[in-house]
Design a protein around this ligand. Sequence first.
Ligand SMILES: Cc1ncc(COP(=O)(O)O)c(C=O)c1O
Length: 395
Amino acid sequence: MIYDFDSLVSRVGMNSLKWDVREGELPMWVADMDFATAPGITRAVMDKAARGIFGYGIVPPEFYEAVRSWWATRYGWEMDARWMSNCTGIVPAVSSLIRTFAGPGEGVVMQSPAYNCFYDSIRNSSREVLANDLIWDGRFRIDWADLEARLADPRAKVLLLCNPHNPTGVIWSAEDLGRMGELASHYGVVVISDEIHCDITEPGTSYTPFASVSDLCAQNSITLVSPTKSFSIPGLQTSVVIVPNPDLRVRAVAGLKRDELTEPNSFAVEALVAAYTQGADWLDQMRAYVFRNKTHFAESVASNLPELTVIPSQATYLSWVDCGALADDATEFCAFLREKTGLVVNPGAMYGDNTRTFFRINLGCPISLVDDALTRLAHAISAWTAELSNCDPFS
Ligand SMILES: Cc1ncc(COP(=O)(O)O)c(C=O)c1O
């Protein structure tokens, strides 16, 4: 079956976080795709809704079996269903696990730029961010000496990894992951690997689950996965916490229960099972579509908008764009872009101090919206440049 990714499903009047914008605005910010989900998922949710009763649920073995089988088939990682717990989302799990494995005032190491909620999860629990800034030299790389220094800090208790990485779209190599795993083990730091973006890779490429790299990595890590990004169902809020090491597992699960995070909502089980048992074909067509969008966007920018540089990436539907030729801090340019053209993107400062010249744009949408965004960007850049030259007394 060929799926339709070209049509825009209107979310006006649906209390959508993304689409709660002014008329004429084009929201391409939060990581929420504009595609209707796989038909099998919609059917599973509708069948359940049709009964008209939404009582408390349980998490049956088929939920964990669907996860186990997906990772075994697609990524060659053989996990045991006993390692898994259900959770109400990835961010709630990250926050809870940070509280379990780091005490107040202790530190969480993470690569910066980083998914903005990582900062909130750490700081809202009164833990410290120990940022390991990525090196940018045409590609994003780990600064190994700095990473080792952060892990050696006596405050460091957790390494919070984003694999693949949001916002840069980098897929960490097995070699990099192994090296991170060895360093973390050496310094007694537990690794939490957020793998929510793992399914959305460029066709022909794949990712490596952190815990699959070595026994050392498996025994010192907690992996977080979810079908919500991959299948356009983030509002269904479910995730799976995978802990191979029994001692870490007891602590992790006790924390999730303490924080009341293990009750499934009425649609989580059915949606996850349908995604991982019936969604592969939809996912692969979606990946192809998204990476066509990304290529089209990058090529159009390269040909027509020389003020911008699109960073090539092999994962996520997000594009990470450097607008340093226009502004030292993209925050102001992004505000101007919204005000002048209605295009809403995320400024790089949200993700870390070291990437203020960047912005993030979500290309998980019909290609017509990508073209619309390109037109709005062109318009904003001309207006921005004209305003700058009007302000310049020497021009
Ligand atoms: C790296 C990463 N983790 C987690 C989330 C959100 O997860 P959840 O909605 O399950 O809390 C996002 C959403 O953008 C993300 O990019």
